[in-house]
Design a protein around this ligand. Structure first.
Ligand SMILES: [Zn+2]
Ligand SMILES: [Zn+2]
Length: 824
């Protein structure tokens, strides 16, 4: 029997703290605690498989801890997992159900369990878990602050007839429970096992994009003002109606309003009691014949010997003891400390008594908590044998988590480090709490007195073994990505690429000597950065433009605290100055990173009431933002929402104030969206700047005449090229383009330059090129260039062919779902 606790996410740019508990026992299971953005990708990177994952616990219901959950559920469903259960505090169901217009599966059911205020106990074959609820001290203050919508630029236009204020708040407990029941019904329609075959086989796998985001008719108009979904008479679920009818009926209505909750859940977990080692001699001496009686004793049952005497398990088992205890606490700010200290479920474990003493306590801490003396006093109350593991962004190094991508990035940087950025990383923490024999930079050294003896900072894949022998195990932590060390495997492997390095050198010299011409083209100084260039789901090499986008920005610009260097924009400037987010369609790979970006934008623009951020997106995204705003404040009233339909070529109203605002903000002459050929409500976009340059983005689509018409003579076309030419069937079926189709679109549009993106997971690094084309470039995550430098990109293709030509075949890998969830 083996069971262990493993750190996954780690308070770094790409991941927030998460923990997975493995039981490889007679009832094998995985238990995940928190699922922030990037959790799946960490597992993928490190080959952590999750075939037995069924229960996902969450410490808080906020994007920070749950941003990776929608994507995780899609992958679980697509891998054939029949059911999943999500457990956590208030609003958990609301969180999930608010995503119903883009997260839907008919092969897996999902159930939520929201803990009541007095906590809850949960038990299965492996774990007995007590959930303990903690509240911040300044609760009232924080609610007032949360609802602060002092911005004068608030410009919300809901497609619904009723304003979102009129939806009733859940006043009484009764209302609350009926609204929860209603939301659970909606959840049962989102995730529904109806299309699962009962053949005992796994359902035919569906790609993430296959279960199309379906069109929900606008039924809002028929709901009278003030009526909320829960009170509307038409919401009774009629079992005779088809699933899609029921979905259509319930999904279009706004969810009953929820109140924000700042609860943090702590988990006290206890593994199965260790029954001890069976001693056959002792059993024999007590007169028992070998056989079934032995098995019953091992299972903890007393038996009667042939001579009539009763034999108890403890008489024949030695070394029996209580199960392993571990505790997970999430203390986002010092405001939670009083509630933690006062808690009477946790305090009995602050002891050295064997039956109660936890083997390990995992502390997920906000900044400033470890420095608070009250917190350290609380920590020290645990017994001396308790191991403490701290996850905090200041005390944990911001090491690179996605090493495959980092390595690939480093190779590309040999072409030009300003176009192919090496991701930001730091192998030393911002703050060091102990001065050891290394040369600790004094500025970083923050002595923290009174730490417990057994104290460690968290690291990805750090393991704590529970059974058979409790111990901390750091052997699985991946090696550091370290470009300072000339002996590091990354540097060594690149030094072997002689042919590639020679071509790279040649190209650099060529670009250096013939300062190539078109520096005066319109928009020559406009910088384009590709953050995500993969399709469908994150892969080891290419992230997508959804989940993880904020983390990618940190890898590009460095952390918020970083000052400008070599003339580059800082992260703060980038987010603060953000004016517009365009979302082409609602497939998860295209927008799940939005929430974290909005939250940061709002934080950074707090003292800046005139700033405005426009979101141009399919209308249904607004519903999600509006409903999500119920549970977490991200500056919703400050966002200006423009439905893609408002800027279609023929439906544009010329007095649209919001569109005029946006044009002013971006210096645009024109902004036009076009319907493209992919899924319902899928759009491409064309921007024309006053300075004469024109940018066109295809979104996901088959070759599209509308786009060609609107995009004529684009300065830059960014076009999807999902599949290689011989996969035309896939391209047709999934409504994407092959490389050569995308080339034709570019030619017909007469685009001056074209950048290909959205590559299928089957080609993790670069697409297999068949057409060399002097106006076409290939995108990579973190690639950055000015329009005046675009001419270099087609020339890089030669080098890329050498770099990836041979690797391409071997780099073909299993899909994310197969890697993570299918047991081998
Ligand atoms: Zn896509
Ligand atoms: Zn798509």
């Amino acid at each position: 029997m083996k069971s262990y606790i493993q750190i996954l996410g780690c308070a770094t740019p790409d991941t927030t703290p998460s923990v997975i508990v493995h039981f490889d026992t007679r009832a094998p299971q995985r238990y995940l605690f928190n699922c922030g953005e990037g959790t799946q990708r960490v597992c993928l990177e490190n080959k952590v498989r999750l075939p037995k994952l069924q229960n996902i616990f969450t410490t808080r219901v906020v994007w920070e801890t749950l941003g990776g959950l929608p994507g995780m559920l899609l992958s679980m469903a697509d891998a054939g997992i029949p059911n999943a259960r999500i457990l956590g505090g208030e609003n958990l169901t609301h969180f999930l159900v608010a995503t119903r217009s883009f997260i839907v599966r008919s092969t897996m059911s999902v159930e939520t369990l929201e803990f009541p205020e007095d906590g809850m106990e949960f038990k299965d074959d492996n774990l007995a878990i007590k959930a303990v609820l903690l509240c911040p001290e300044s609760l009232h203050q924080s609610i007032k602050y949360d609802n602060d919508s002092s911005s004068s630029t608030a410009e919300i236009s809901l497609p619904q007839k009723r304003s979102h204020d009129s939806a009733s708040l859940e006043h009484s407990e009764q209302q609350k429970s009926s609204s929860l029941e209603y939301k659970k019904k909606v959840l049962s329609l989102m995730f529904n096992q109806s299309q699962r075959q009962n053949t005992g086989q796994q359902p035919k796998k569906r790609r993430r994009e296959e279960e199309a985001v379906f069109e929900i008719p606008s039924k809002e108009e028929t709901i009278t003002i003030g009526e909320t979904a829960a009170t509307s008479s038409s919401t009774n679920i009629n079992s005779e109606k088809s699933l899609s009818d029921q979905r259509r009926e319930l999904f279009s209505q706004r969810l009953p309003k929820a109140r924000k909750s700042s609860t943090s859940v702590a988990y006290i977990c206890k593994g199965p009691d260790y029954k001890g080692k069976f001693n056959p001699q002792a059993a024999k001496a007590l007169g028992l014949p070998p056989g079934p009686l032995y098995a019953r004793l091992v299972n903890g049952t007393s038996v009667t010997a042939p001579d009539g005497s009763i034999v108890h398990p403890h008489q024949v088992l030695s070394g029996a003891r209580g199960g392993f205890i571990f505790i997970i606490v999430d203390i986002p700010s010092v405001d939670y400390i009083p509630s933690l200290i006062a808690n009477r479920d946790l305090s009995p474990h602050q002891t050295s008594e064997e039956e109660m003493e936890p083997g390990v306590v995992i502390h997920m801490l906000g900044n400033g908590v470890l420095e608070d003396e009250r917190y350290r006093t609380w920590m020290k109350k645990f017994g001396e044998n308790t191991q403490h593991i701290i996850a905090n962004e200041e005390y944990c190094p911001q090491r690179l988590i996605f090493n495959y991508a980092g390595k690939s990035q480093y190779k590309l940087s040999k072409l030009d480090p300003t176009h192919f950025r090496i991701p930001f990383y730091s192998n030393e923490p911002l703050k060091d709490f102990k001065e050891d024999d290394r040369n600790v930079d004094k500025r970083r050294f923050h002595p923290v007195p009174d730490l417990p003896q057994k104290f460690a900072t968290s690291a990805p894949l750090l393991v704590y073994d529970m059974e058979p022998k409790p111990k901390l195990d750091a052997t699985q932590i991946p090696p550091l990505f370290d470009l300072q060390d000339p002996q590091s495997p990354v540097i060594k492997s690149v030094n072997y690429l002689r042919e590639y390095l020679a071509i790279a050198q040649q190209l650099r010299e060529e670009f250096d000597t013939n300062k190539m011409p078109p520096t005066n083209i319109p928009g020559h100084d406009v910088t384009v950065t590709t953050l995500g260039t993969g399709s469908s789901a994150p892969s080891k090499y290419r992230n997508d433009v959804g989940e993880g986008t904020y983390g990618t920005l940190i890898r590009l610009f460095g952390p918020l605290s970083r000052k400008s260097y070599d003339g580059m924009m800082t992260l703060e400037e980038c987010i603060k100055g953000l004016k517009c987010i365009f979302i082409s369609h609602l497939h998860a790979d295209h927008h799940l990173g939005t929430m974290r970006i909005l939250t940061k934008w709002n934080e950074l623009n707090k003292g800046n009431p005139d700033s405005r951020l426009s979101i141009v997106a399919p209308g249904r995204l607004l519903k999600w933002l509006d409903e999500y705003n119920d549970i977490e404040y991200f500056g919703f009233p400050r966002m200006q929402f423009i439905d893609n339909r408002e800027i279609l070529p023929n439906r544009r109203s010329y007095n649209n104030k919001k569109v005029e605002n946006l044009k002013t903000d971006l210096g645009l002459k024109d902004i036009t969206s076009v319907e493209v050929i992919h899924c319902p409500s899928a759009y491409g976009i064309s921007l024309q700047h006053l300075n004469g340059w024109k940018l066109v983005y295809s979104g996901d689509t088959r070759p599209c005449d509308n786009l060609i018409r609107v995009g004529k003579n684009a300065t830059l076309l960014i076009h999807e090229a999902t599949f290689e030419n011989d996969l035309i069937e896939d391209a047709l079926g999934k409504r994407h383009c092959t490389t050569s189709e995308a080339v034709k679109v570019s030619e017909r549009m007469n685009a001056q330059s074209t950048l290909f993106t959205h590559f299928s997971q089957r080609y993790p690094k670069v697409p297999v090129f068949t057409d060399a084309h002097n106006r076409i470039g290939i995108s990579f995550d973190l690639m950055q260039f000015r329009l005046g430098e675009f001419y270099k990109l087609p020339k890089y293709v030669k080098a890329l062919k050498v770099l990836y030509g041979e690797e391409c075949e071997e780099a073909r890998e299993d899909s994310a779902e197969d890697m993570l969830f299918v047991s081998k």
